[in-house]
Design a protein. Sequence first.
Length: 529
Amino acid sequence: MYVPAMPVKSEGTGATVAAVSPDRIRRWSVHLPTGHDGRFDLPPPGTLVGAWAACLIDEPDRQLLHADGGWTTRGEFLERTSTVAGRLFSAGLVAGDRVLISGPSSVDLAVAHVACLRLGLIVVPVNGAYTGAELAHIVADCRPSVALVDHDGWSELLLDFDPGIIVTGTAVDLPDGPVPPLDLVASGDPAIIGYTSGTTGAPKGAVLTQENLLAGAHAVCLAWRWTDADRVLLCLPLFHMHGLGVGLHGTLLAGGSAVLQQGFGADRVFDGIAEHECTMFFGVPTMYHRLADHDRVAELGRLRLCVAGSAPLSAALHTRFADFGVAVLERYGMTETVMLVSNPFDGERRAGSVGFPLPGVDLRLDPATAEILVRGPNVFDGYWDRPDATVVAFVADDDDGPSWFRTGDLGSIDGDGYVTIIGRAKELIISGGFNVFPAEVDEALAAHPAIAEVAVAGAPSEEWGEEVVAFVVAAEGQAMPTIDDLREFARGHLASHKLPRRMVIIDALPRNALGKVLRHELREAAPHA
Ligand code: MCA
Ligand code: AMP
C-alpha cells in the first residue's frame, strides 16, 4: 500500500490524532484499509516534487513510463528532468515563470512537466484541440515565458500573440546548461495553472500549489491502495487534472508505472493491458461506454481497479460492468481541487453515487441550495490574476474556520454517508469528460448571419453523457443553416468538442422576466440522442 510521508499514527501517539475531529476520523476512515483502527492523520504539508524525488531515487532501473514502444526507467526519467531543467534555467527561466505545455501524451511531455515543477516553474497545461482564439485568451491571461508545444501551426500562432515567448517542442530542444539545485520549492508555491470556466465566465486559471497537488495525489494513493506494484493504462490526455493530477502524479508518487497511450482506442486499451500486465485503468464514462460495447470487455476483469470520473457514470453502465465482474469505482473531482470524493476501495461501490470525502477533504452541503462546499489541503488558492472571481468562489465558515470552496455542483448525502451529485448550479455541459461552457458556444453561433438568436443546452446522451444541442431561431428572410453549416461556421472559434452535434429550430428562446434564457427548459425539451 502507498506509504504516506508521515506514517499513520499508531495507538498511543495520541496528540495529533486528538487534534483531528472525531467526525473526520469517522468519515475518512471509510477509505482506510480494512482492520485499520480509524486513527489517521494527514502527512504534514510537503511538496509534490520532494515526494517524487524521495520515491524515484530508489531502484533507478525500475520501469516507470512506457510510450513509443519502449520503457523509461526511474533513473533515466530523473536524469532527463535534470537535463531539461538545466536547459530551461539556462534560457533564463526563474521560479514563478509560466510554461505553457501542450502535446499528445509522451515521455517527453511528462519529463518537461516534471522538470518545470522541479525548477519551481508554473506549468500551464493546455488542451491541444483549442483554436487560436482559445489559446490567445490563455496566453494573454497567464503570460507564459516559454511554450512547449507539439501541434502543427501552434509555434507561429504563439509567436504572433507574443514574439517574446520562447517556443519549442515538448522535447525541449534548447541548449544544455548547468543544472541548478532542484526541488527547492515551498509547499505553498504555485505549481500548475489549470484553465477552467469554473462556475461562470470565460476560462480562468486555477492556481494549484505543490501542496494542493501533493494532497490530491496522496489521497487517492491511500484510498485506492495504489502501490509501486501498480501499472496504470493511461490514455487520458495529460492536459487535464484527471490524466495529469491523478494518472501521472499518482504514478510518480506511488512509485508505480504507467503505460501512456495517445488518445483512446478500445483495442489499444485491451492490447496495452494484456501486453504490459496493467493493474489499473482510469477513464471518463464515454470510454467505459465504448469498452462495454466491445467483445473483449471481460478482459477488464484482470485489472485490480477500474476508476471512472470527470462526469457521471450512469447506474446502467455501472451495472453492466458489474455483470462482467468489474466493480467500477466512481470518484468526483475538479480542476480547482484535484480529487474530492470517492467510492470506497473496500466496501460497496454504489452505482449513481460518488462515495465519501477523500482523506483531507471536508465536505458539506449549503443548507439553502444543496451546493457542495469543500475545503482541505487539496483545494486551490484562487484564480490567476482574478481576485474578484476568487472571492465569489469561496464562502466564509460559520465558525471562523477556513472558507469553503463552492463547487457549483448540487449534492445529497444519504444515511450511510454516500454523496450523490444531483445536479449543477453552474451552467456547464460535460461532453465525453470535456467541459463546455454554453455562453461561449452561444456567442460563437450567434454571429452566423442566418441566426436571429441561439442558445445551447446539454442533452442526455448514452455515449457522451451530454451532447451540445443548439436551439436556433432563424433570422427573417434567411435560409436556415444545417447542423453541418453551423459546425463549420463555428469551427474556427471553438475547439471541436464544443461544436453542437444537433440542432433544434424553435420560434423563440424561453426567457424569464429579466430576459435571461431558461436553459434548463431547453435541456428538458432536447430530444435524447
Ligand atoms: C472528441 N470529440 C468530442 C469529444 N472528444 N466531441 C464531444 N465531446 C468530446 N469529449 C470530437 C472531436 O472533436 C472530433 O470532432 C470527433 O469527436 C472525433 O474526435 P476523436 O479525437 O477521434 O474523439 P475520440 O478519440 O473518440 O475522443 C473521445 C474521448 C475524448 C476519448 C472520450 O473526448 C477524451 O479523451 N475525453 C477525456 C477528457 C478528459 O480527460 N477529461 C478530464 C477533465 P470533429 O470530427 O468534428 O473534429 S478533468 C476533470 O473533469 C476533473 C478534474 C475530474 O473529475 O476528472
Ligand atoms: P473540471 O472543471 O474539468 O475540473 O470539471 C469538474 C466538474 O466535473 C465537476 O464540478 C463536476 O461537475 C464534474 N464531475 C467530475 N467528476 C464527476 C462525477 N463522478 N460525477 C458527476 N460529475 C463529475
